[in-house]
Write a protein that binds this ligand. Structure first.
Ligand SMILES: C[S@@+](CC[C@H](N)C(=O)[O-])C[C@H]1O[C@@H](n2cnc3c(N)ncnc32)[C@H](O)[C@@H]1O
Length: 279
């Protein structure tokens, strides 16, 4: 089976460690839940037949929904072709700033919003998705004179995957996204990282602080009690060690690159935590 690849660059993307995540996944499970799906590296590699995918980012999840719908998919690609032709610094800021008029932006048809999200991801500085407290996209121009916004073959593979399988697409808070999970289901949590330094974690207008990490750990425990297979990745920090001390830790060194400067590239220890053992 052909597998899709992430169609956007996403901070915290899991492409580099996806084979490790797969090797730590349960061999058999019922429904797969990915409440922080982002660019979908793990989803595409695992390619489960039944899944609930979610991210709080509505613009991102709208892209998944548009790829799944044949008509919207075609229109979105046409719109992307238009963006590629018109691409310039001035054009970038015109498309980026559409969300400054929230009334008008909310009326923008879904496939055009999806194309805007992909275009901004490819044309902005370093492929970051960052919004301000008013939920306005605020990443500057990436200075590329020519851009390629999509790989038609890859999007075709994703379209087929989303349609030939039972995939529900949500955009809610993580706790809500897993509320129907049952015994035998597999949940993979890839939340914004816990960090004491200034690492990027402002994916949403609300951010994700230590209280959110604690709330997530409670949800992890509830799912564990229900008999679900639960896996979670994060940085190896004292808080994460404490919150998940009753579970299994796997350590992995990852090269992260979140900015353009040398100080933004670093090797860090990440952990993959599971409530089961599959060896
Ligand atoms: C580390 S990233 C996930 C990266 C993803 N696994 C990938 O491979 O691209 C964390 C994601 O959590 C989302 N997020 C932040 N707060 C959330 C919440 N309360 N509920 C659900 N998703 C949330 C962000 O929008 C972001 O996409």
């Amino acid at each position: 089976m052909l597998k899709g690849k992430p169609f956007v660059k996403w901070a915290g993307g899991k492409r580099a460690i996806v084979s490790k995540l797969i090797s730590l996944s349960p061999i058999e499970f019922n429904t797969y839940y990915e409440p922080f799906v982002g660019g979908g590296a793990m989803l595409f590699e695992l390619s489960p037949k039944k899944a609930v995918i979610n991210d709080y980012n509505k613009e991102l999840m709208n892209v998944y929904s548009c790829i799944k719908d044949e008509n919207k998919f075609t229109l979105m690609c046409k719109e992307l072709n238009k963006h590629e032709i018109n691409h310039s610094e001035e054009y970038y800021y015109k498309i980026r700033d559409l969300d400054k008029d929230s009334k008008k932006f909310n009326k923008l048809i879904d496939y055009k919003r999806a194309a805007r999200t992909i275009y901004l991801n490819k044309a902005c500085f370093n492929g970051l998705y960052r919004v301000n407290s008013k939920n306005e996209f605020n990443v500057p121009f990436g200075k590329k004179t020519k851009i390629n916004t999509y790989d038609g073959v890859n999007l075709g593979i994703i379209y087929t995957y989303l349609n030939l399988n039972e995939i529900d697409i949500l955009s809610v808070d993580f706790e809500e996204a897993v509320k129907d999970a049952k015994k035998g289901d597999f949940i993979y949590f890839d939340p914004p990282y816990d960090s004491d330094t200034n690492t990027f974690n402002s994916y949403t207008e609300n951010g994700f602080d230590k209280d959110e990490q604690r709330r997530l750990a409670e949800v992890f425990k509830k799912l564990d009690k229900k008999g679900c297979f639960v896996m979670l990745s994060n940085y190896n920090t004292p808080l994460i060690q404490d919150l998940y001390k009753d579970y299994n830790f796997n350590y992995i060194k990852v090269k992260r690159n979140i900015g353009a400067k040398a100080k933004d590239r670093f090797e860090i220890e990440e952990v993959i935590i599971t409530n089961y053992k599959n060896d």
